[in-house]
Design a protein around this ligand. Structure first.
Ligand code: HEC
Length: 130
């Protein structure tokens, strides 16, 4: 009985870790795209070279900030020295001005819901193969 309880609690812990770990976050491609469409598509395209009000987000994951070709990025963005890894993207989408002070991504207030940010980042990863 005692060992069964231990077995059960370690199983429960494993399930909990699998559920909470971002690496195992369960998002569906459709839900990811909807989240992106709702929050970003007004100003961004994910097509390569398709710069609109904001720069194309094709291949943005892993790219150096302010280097999207053909887009006139703000000097704040160009001088930020940031690389758009998942963590920086997550922080930027949550609160752009805190990550790149004086950036020109306006009006965009930031997204508080972590779940929503994860979906968007998952979609961006699928856009451009990084
Ligand atoms: C109101 C229009 C608007 C919305 C909505 C918007 N953006 Fe932007 N975004 C911009 C503009 C304009 C820039 C250029 C900022 C600069 O150069 O300072 C930008 C820049 C960026 C950059 C930096 C690209 C670079 O130059 O390195 C990323 C990443 C980004 N946006 C992601 C997103 C994501 C993800 C969303 C949705 C959650 C989003 N944006 C929503 C207008 C917008």
């Amino acid at each position: 009985m005692h060992s069964l309880a231990i077995l059960y609690s370690s199983f429960a812990a494993a399930v909990l870790i699998a559920t909470l770990s971002p690496a195992h976050a369960q998002t569906s491609p459709d839900a990811d795209q909807i989240a992106y469409n709702n929050a970003c598509r007004t100003c961004h395209s994910i097509k390569e070279g398709d710069n609109r009000l904001g720069p194309s987000l094709y291949g943005i994951v892993g790219k150096k900030a302010g280097t999207v070709s053909g887009y006139d990025s703000s000097s704040a963005m160009r001088q930020s020295g940031i690389v758009w890894d998942e963590q920086n993207l997550d922080r930027f989408i949550a609160d752009p001005d805190q990550v790149v002070h004086g950036n020109a991504m306006r009006p965009f207030g930031g997204i508080d819901l972590e779940d929503e940010r994860q979906k968007i980042i998952s979609y961006l990863k699928s856009a451009g193969g990084n």
